[in-house]
Write a protein that binds this ligand. Structure first.
Ligand code: LMR
Length: 330
């Protein structure tokens, strides 16, 4: 995998281009906060036909921002246009869960979207494209996408769990009274769902083990883990909309770490490879080390105690069940 050309234009495609996440993400990308202040950007914004008028308004605003790095904008409802030569694709668009909708129904709607996007990426994107799936159920949407994009290396496809990682860092910082910069060693394991495992067993706050400061395992298990697992639902209930600003911020963090490297261990949902007994075949969040240029490695050798193993098994089971369901729908 090669890093983005330092002086060439980076083609970045965002699906759900007229949506809330895109609205918060676009200024981060176009201002240079994600790919660096030297990297010219061409944007491709994809949305469905009924959203094209709103998308046109977003394009007007982008022009009005007069971003020096922004070299071109294409707004379209055609994935073959949006993904052409894409170097980076942020797949934020998906079918939202409606009240009373069964998970299977949601999966069925999204299987079709990610099948179409996989096909189009396979045919027209750069073979080196870096993809982050955000739309839910994101891990399984990434799996469907990779199934229909066989020419794109599985390692170039990821799903977002940096939002959960950031939520965990923030909870540890708030509860131990340190700044977020002083927190290290957290990890998200598994699915971006209520079964995810926000792992704080090795977390440190200012270099000290955080568990005792957090109140010990009982408080972590009964209060802090459920708070993080249900944070998306809590934001949705309070705002009336899903997280958008924090999701966009996490996408920026995910892409920056992945492409530019990161001195800290971060969390990304990536193709499982048997690490930690998670068989190949799902997109699973692991602690990863990003060395830059789109390379990452799953951190090896972490001792998972009984406390952690119980959570990791539950989220693994859920992901394999989602996989079965998605495959049965294809
Ligand atoms: C989040 O974690 O905030 C979102 O994935 C929640 C959702 O269902 O949109």
């Amino acid at each position: 995998m090669t890093p983005p050309k330092p002086h060439g234009t980076l083609t970045v495609c965002i699906t759900g281009g007229a949506g809330q996440i895109s609205y918060s993400l676009l200024p981060l990308i176009a201002s240079g906060e994600v790919f660096g202040h030297e990297q010219p950007i061409e944007l491709r914004l994809l949305d469905i036909k009924p959203a094209l008028e709103a998308l046109n308004g977003v394009v007007m605003e982008l022009h009005d921002c007069s971003f020096p790095l922004l070299r071109g904008i294409v707004a379209t409802d055609d994935p073959m246009v949006a993904f052409r030569h894409a170097d980076v694709a942020v797949l934020a668009g998906s079918f939202p869960r409606r009240p009373g909708m069964e998970r299977r129904e949601l999966l069925a709607k999204n299987v079709n979207i990610f099948k179409a996007h996989g096909h189009a990426l396979d045919q027209v994107a750069s073979k080196n494209v870096k993809i982050v799936v955000v739309g839910n159920p994101s891990n399984t949407n990434a799996l469907v996408l990779s199934h229909f994009a066989p020419s794109i290396p599985k390692g170039n496809i990821t799903a977002l769990t940096r939002l959960d990682h950031n939520r965990t860092v923030s909870q540890v910082a708030l509860r131990t009274g340190v700044s977020v910069n002083d927190v290290d060693g957290v990890a998200i394991w598994g699915n971006h769902s209520a079964t995810q495992y926000p792992d704080m067993t090795r977390a440190t706050a200012k270099g000290e083990l955080a568990m005792p400061m957090l109140g010990g395992r009982k408080v972590v298990a009964e209060e802090i883990i459920p708070c993080i697992q249900k944070r998306g639902a809590a934001v949705l209930k309070a705002r009336g909309f899903s997280s958008a600003m924090s999701a966009a911020n996490a996408i920026g963090d995910h892409l920056r770490s992945w492409l530019m490297g990161d001195s800290k261990i971060v969390s990304m949902a990536v193709a499982s490879d048997g690490s930690y007994h998670v068989k190949a075949g799902v997109y699973f969040s692991f602690p990863v080390r990003c060395v830059g240029g789109g390379e990452y490695e799953i951190v090896q050798g972490i001792e998972l105690g009984e406390f952690s193993r119980k959570y990791v098994s539950a989220t693994t089971e859920e992901l394999f069940a989602e996989r079965e369901e998605a495959l049965s729908l294809l």
